[in-house]
Design a protein around this ligand. Structure first.
Ligand code: NAI
Ligand code: MG
Length: 367
């Protein structure tokens, strides 16, 4: 007789890194919500390990990532990241010292940024309501305008020169296009918009367009169209319902996704995933927003972006049901009007977090 299958609890090792500004505030809220979900769901386990890498450690030690740090990060199944950036460290030092220093070597080449209008929240667009703006922006995350190539010469002279070279390789464009088409295929509308600037940038962006057209042949069930990035900003504002999945370069998608977050109501709700789709390395999940110096330490940061980020992380780990349950609970809390000031409410971080935890417990007790 074969033994009766006993459900085995899956355990996921999560590295947490709040880093700077409101990062630690929203990450601790995220961990609280995840622990509540873990105990309410009861069919998976999360093991958290905190890393104190931040601009503070950089100022003390001269390094954001200590020697051997990346190797220890690789032992985790996922990384939950807050934000990096401090008023007294130049932004290019902090970004390249920590966030890009993780994304690039771990080959997290696909940056995924879903955006939608939550029930109970308002878009600044007059006619937009939940359902009329529901997008996934796929951002190339390994090269393009942020490849890190270029240099400065003749520093301080009137003839000082600086170059920032955009790099587009067939290898990286193919893999991000394939990922974008696969994402579009999984969504009901099967619609992919390829953002470009190949009218003005006649090398890298033309390769980008050509590869997009080639990969499109592998996905005859996905409808595609092409938009110049400047015209894309107008379409996002004027016809949000005409868009679904969007693929763009590192720089273009960086800018468009902040616009997307604002159109959905606030940068305080927008999540992002830095994925290694090969799963050779752990992927990193973070709210889109930065350190938000103006509200740091006040306890009013919106934790919803981190909750949605946590849901994206669970979904990537294979806990789709728990991920959907979490997102539904967050939306219900918004609907009840328990919102931070950026969404027009008056609740603080702790109150929103407590309300989401209550909603999770209530949701599982109904199951
Ligand atoms: P930011 O996202 O930190 O702040 C922009 C505005 O949005 C501020 O008024 C802020 O209060 C508000 N905001 C952001 N998150 C919020 C939240 N959860 N709840 C309520 N309001 C929120 O962008 P900013 O000011 O351009 O950058 C500040 C620092 O963060 C810089 O050092 C920058 O380099 C860094 N940064 C880091 C990122 C990362 O780690 N991935 C991403 C963006 C910026
Ligand atoms: Mg950005």
């Amino acid at each position: 007789m074969s033994p009766i299958a006993v459900p085995v609890n899956k355990t996921y090792k999560i590295a947490t890194m709040g880093a700077d500004g409101i990062g630690p505030e929203v990450i601790s809220a995220g961990v609280e919500v995840l622990k509540t979900l873990e105990s309410a769901a009861g069919d998976f386990k999360l093991e958290f390990q905190d890393y104190d890498w931040s601009s503070e450690t950089y100022k003390k030690t001269g390094k954001y990532i200590p020697d051997g740090g990346l190797e220890s990060l690789k032992k985790h199944d996922a990384i939950l990241f807050g934000a990096v950036g401090a008023p007294d460290v130049p932004d290019h030092i902090s970004l390249w010292g920590l966030r890009l220093a993780i994304c690039q070597p771990l080959q997290q080449y696909a940056n995924v940024r879903p955006t939608k209008i939550f029930r109970g929240t308002e878009s600044p667009l007059r006619n937009a309501s939940p359902g009329s703006l529901d997008w996934v922006i796929i951002r190339e995350n390994s090269e393009g305008e942020y490849a890190g190539q270029g240099g400065r010469s003749h520093k301080g002279h009137p003839w000082e020169t600086a170059t920032e070279v955009s790099i587009f390789t067939r290898h990286a464009v193919e893999r991000i296009m394939r990922f974008a088409f696969e994402t579009a295929r999984k969504r009901p509308r099967k619609l992919l918009t390829v953002v470009t600037k190949s009218n003005a940038q006649r090398n890298g962006m033309v390769l980008w367009d050509e590869v997009a057209a080639e990969i499109a042949n592998e996905f005859p069930d996905v409808t595609t169209d092409k938009m110049l990035v400047d015209a894309m900003t107008c379409r996002m504002v004027l016809k949000p319902e005409s868009l679904d999945t969007i693929v763009a370069t590192n720089l273009h998608a960086d800018i468009l996704s902040d616009l997307a977050a604002a159109l959905a109501g606030s940068i305080g709700i927008a999540p992002t995933s830095n994925l290694d789709p090969t799963r050779e390395h752990p992927s990193m999940f973070e709210p889109i927003h930065g350190s938000a110096f103006d509200i740091t330490g006040k306890g009013i940061a919106n934790p919803v972006a981190t909750f949605w980020t946590a849901a994206e992380m669970l979904s990537w780990l294979g806990e789709e049901a728990a991920a959907q349950r979490l997102l539904e609970c967050v939306e219900r809390v918004c609907e009840k009007g328990i919102k931070t000031t950026d969404l027009g409410g008056s609740a603080n971080t702790a109150q929103v977090t407590a309300a989401v935890c209550d909603e999770i417990r209530a949701s599982y007790s109904r199951k």
